[in-house]
Design a protein around this ligand. Structure first.
Ligand code: FES
Length: 93
């Protein structure tokens, strides 16, 4: 049975096109999914892997919505920091 059409409060788009995948895009998506699961945010935050966003020179590329925060050359530490700032702390402002 398929789920209903649900809209998350926040979305993390992670490019997993060929260049971003080589530079760790898939691992970033995995990291976010695991953080979301561990923090019990599965119903409010979703990770969507995208195909190439035409910014390959900046791989890996991702964005967090609705903050419209775009990050490039992202490493794990930056990913965690952005998650804190744009996903967890954004409700507190
Ligand atoms: S593969 Fe990610 S921007 Fe092209």
């Amino acid at each position: 049975m398929s789920k209903g059409f649900e809209i998350p409060d926040k979305v993390i788009y992670v490019c997993t096109g060929s260049k971003c995948k080589k530079k760790g895009g898939k691992e970033l998506a995995k990291l976010f999914r695991s953080m979301i699961k561990d923090m019990g945010l599965k119903n409010t935050v979703e990770v969507i892997k995208t195909d190439c966003t035409d910014r390959c020179d900046f791989a890996p590329v991702m964005s967090m919505q609705p903050a419209n925060a775009w990050l490039h050359h992202v490493n794990e530490q930056q990913a965690r920091q952005a998650f804190q700032e744009h996903i967890l702390d954004s409700d507190k402002k």
